[in-house]
Design a protein around this ligand. Structure first.
Ligand code: PEP
Ligand code: MN
Length: 332
């Protein structure tokens, strides 16, 4: 349930309502909005009697929440969340282009790619230091050395860096170096990781599980907001289907659904959806057209030598074209 306060409600009126909610055994979560405060009621089992709170001074309306997710829903917060990363904003009116290699392989590799993608228009740099690989024999990432290289990239280029955290024991370390902490498709329902992300002081980039419904994905985001971190970016990266012409099937329809259901920004990762380079530019154009608030794209200066995901990594020149095309569509 959501208690919508009057625009002119005073601090003390808000406090009185919070106390009344808590006296009933629920949790009250004040949510500051553009011009008014709303108070979310959490941990209720079953419907709450709306008449309990409608009569308090400063209360404008009491509305039942119909979705299983609350804090991430548009019902709780009608305005879009803007995620701030240094001087970069992600969300409505700000299209993010996150680009870089699948994995950080060396300082030279990361700095070379970072300079190229920055020149073409990337607003954030990506690169995995801890890599979730299907095979234990594949390159697993450089670990902390990779994080140090990412810090160098930020220093050299000024681009904020996005990198994946794979587990609880390395969370503190990743949080220390990353500007945005990525939770990958394989960990979307790792609930202890989601709870830790809720306590993080950095924005979280939450990828959709490869077989997750939109409700499951939003419930995963709910864990992070419930834990106290409201800076979450959602990323659609394709789901498993019977198709063989791409690695996954990009669910473009997730974008209008998420934008209707949630105030969180949504970004598309066409690289992991496609798994092959030739589909990445068309899917990125579609991402901008369908209303996504950014793309995350893998780029490598020598993809044939990449230690992971070379087949889907764009050549720098292709990435340059992608930026031009995507921004033209976004501006329309
Ligand atoms: C990645 O972005 O590096 C990655 C591993 O993506 P996903 O979790 O979507 O497979
Ligand atoms: Mn990859």
């Amino acid at each position: 349930m959501l208690i919508v306060m009057d625009k002119k409600a005073t601090e003390s009126e808000i406090k009185v309502v919070v106390t009344a909610v808590e006296a009933k055994g629920y949790t009250a979560r004040p949510i500051p909005g553009g011009d008014r405060v709303s108070i979310g009621v959490l941990y209720n089992k079953g419907a709450v009697d709306t008449s309990l709170f409608i009569g308090y001074p400063g209360v404008k309306d009491v509305v039942p929440v119909t979705r299983p997710y609350k804090l991430v829903s548009r019902e709780f917060q009608s305005e879009d969340t803007l995620v701030k990363v240094g001087n970069v904003t992600i969300g409505n009116g700000h299209f993010a282009i996150v680009a870089g290699p699948c994995a950080v392989e060396s300082e030279r590799q990361a700095l070379t790619i970072a300079a190229l993608v920055k020149e073409s228009g990337a607003t954030l740099f990506r690169g995995g230091a801890f890599k979730p690989r299907t095979s234990p024999y594949s390159f697993q990432g450089l670990g902390e050395d990779g994080l140090k290289i990412l810090a160098r990239v930020r220093e050299e280029t000024g681009l904020p860096v996005v990198t994946e955290v794979m587990d609880d024991p390395t969370f503190d370390l990743v949080e220390e170096y990353a500007d945005v902490i990525q939770i990958g498709t394989r960990n979307m329902q790792n609930f202890s990781l989601l709870r830790r992300a809720g306590r993080a002081r950095k924005p979280i980039f939450l990828k959709r599980g490869m077989a997750a419904t939109i409700d499951e994905w939003l419930m995963a985001a709910e864990y992070i907001l419930e834990g106290g971190n409201s800076q979450v970016i959602l990323c659609e990266r394709g789901v498993r289907t019977f198709a063989h012409h791409s690695r996954n099937t990009l669910d473009l329809s997730a974008v209008p659904v998420i934008r209707k259901e949630s105030h969180l920004p949504i970004v598309i990762d066409p690289s992991h959806a496609a798994g092959r380079r030739d589909q990445v530019i068309p899917l990125s154009r579609a991402a901008a057209a369908v209303g996504a608030q950014g793309v995350m794209v893998e780029v490598h200066h020598t993809p044939e030598e990449a230690l992971s995901d070379g087949a889907q990594s764009l050549y720098p020149k292709q990435f340059h074209d992608l930026c031009r095309q995507v921004m033209a569509i976004y501006n329309v």
